[in-house]
Unconditional design. Structure first.
Length: 223
């Protein structure tokens, strides 16, 4: 079967692609997250930044949204402004426990173009989602939906819109870290950089880009 063959090909190539292994956490145990409480007297080495604007969101209801963030969440109908029950994930309140808003270009233009990172469980989705919005003729339009976590954002070489670094997960919990760039009015798949936290050797990037892109499309993780 082609599906099984594709997955076998991906996992077989993975054995050849590893350069370094990086420990990554998904933070889906959103509450009560704590750091390593090791007893070593030496300071842990500082991990160098991999991306320009690295993002790690731990959803919590103790952080208040700004008035702009509140108005944007209501404008795109992602939340229920009358909801008081913070345990209701199907009709969630406009609360930072469920959503985080990011500008696509800068804060000055955030009202017209932004993305929302949705917590796992919101609207019945078991994992996080990234939803991209842009205002056209006074109306907010959804340009992209990613069933993925937002890992980082970086200045683009070709657009005023920031590049998105997204982490997807397949049905076997393999993690694909991919770059998306803004092209022709929406974000488009550019390349895959890591699989399960491991960087891909340069000589395999082109072939892995095709296979991982096909897998993302097959699983409808991007639309």
């Amino acid at each position: 079967m082609k599906k099984a063959g594709d997955i076998f090909f991906i996992l077989s190539l993975l054995a050849l692609t590893v350069l370094t292994a990086c420990k990554e956490n998904s933070n889906e145990g959103e509450e009560g997250v704590s750091g390593d409480s090791g007893s070593s007297s030496e300071s842990a080495p500082i991990k160098p930044k991999e991306y320009e604007e690295e993002i790690e969101v731990i959803f919590q209801d103790s952080k208040a949204n700004t008035p702009l963030e509140d108005s944007l969440l209501k404008a795109v109908n992602l939340c229920n402004p009358d909801q008081k029950d913070l345990k209701n994930y199907m009709s969630p309140s406009c609360n930072s426990k469920f959503f985080e808003v990011f500008p696509l270009v800068n804060k000055a233009t955030m009202r017209d173009r932004f993305l929302v990172l949705c917590r796992s469980g919101v609207h019945g989705f078991p994992v996080r989602r990234v939803i991209v919005f842009e205002k056209e003729n006074g109306t907010y339009m959804t340009t992209n939906t990613f069933v993925a976590d937002l890992v980082a954002m970086e200045k683009s070489k070709n657009s005023e819109y920031k590049d998105l670094i997204l982490q997807f997960m397949d049905t076997d919990e393999n993690r694909f870290e991919c770059r998306y760039t803004w092209r022709e009015g929406r974000y488009a798949y550019d390349k895959v950089m890591k699989i399960n936290g491991n960087r891909i050797k340069t000589q395999y990037l082109d072939s892995m880009k095709v296979e991982i892109g096909r897998e993302i499309s097959r699983l409808r993780l991007s639309y």
